[in-house]
Design a protein around this ligand. Sequence first.
Ligand code: SAH
Length: 285
Amino acid sequence: MQDHQGASHEDQTPTPDDVARMYDNSSALLSEVMGGNIHLGYWDGDDDTRSVAEATDALTGMVADRLALSPGMRVLDIGCGTGRPAVYVAGTYDVHVTGITISPQQVELALARPEVGEGPGRVAFECADGMALPFPDGRFDAVYAIESFLHMDDRAKAIAEAARVLRPGGMLVMANPYVEGELTEAEAEIVAANRELFQIPPVGSADDYVGHLRDAGLEVTEVLDIGENVRRSHAVAADTVRRAGDGHDGAFRQQLSEVADIIERFGALPQVGYGLIAARTAAAR
Ligand code: SAH
């Protein structure tokens, strides 16, 4: 047995540059596979007929619903991808959303969106590292991070930074896959392959994230495990990647088929969960 980090692969911790390069190369394909978002979708059960775009937007909605938003607020999206979640949140709640990402290519794609601008309902994007945010203390009314903290090698620093730029009484909501419990050697290999594919440092557990939030002085208000609701996403993504290989030559097709296998096997591991975690900064006195 190995621990949930895949013990033999602990040396493969990616730098922000590694993560940026991976997303620079794959964001167009990934957003196509995931319905414009680059995160997993939420389904109510096997009978739920929601499309991938609807299911991934539904997950954005679950995060946003926990941010206690009201019109005119200023919101930060840490790890904004190509900007679809920011546009969804800005438009649905009439708030202004600033998105940051480590990938210059994602910033370029996001800045091409017609919703870019100032004021409520609009969005702004820039390239920045979540572990060193270029904003003053208390700048935002709410902060969220969908599947981005998992890429950061110093998650304690990243979460402390999120807390720093949040005003007193503001909400921070995050969504991340995690791995919990013992893994056989074969299972640890699958986790390690997935980490390598998506440039992920050792995968944290829900408790690790909660610990970082408390260390940053936040009050954790909710930990919701939606692992079974998002599980379908892995299989759907694997299918789409495999189909993308059809019509290509042998080597490329083989490469995509191997990527699809990793995604599918990772998503089928019962130890793989997914957490929505909400926390609040102490209110002003
Ligand atoms: N939240 C978006 C994208 C998720 S993909 C969505 O749901 O569609 C992961 C995102 O985290 C990417 O945008 C990636 O660039 C970002 N990310 C990873 N490490 C980062 C870092 N150190 N600083 C800023 N963004 C980072």
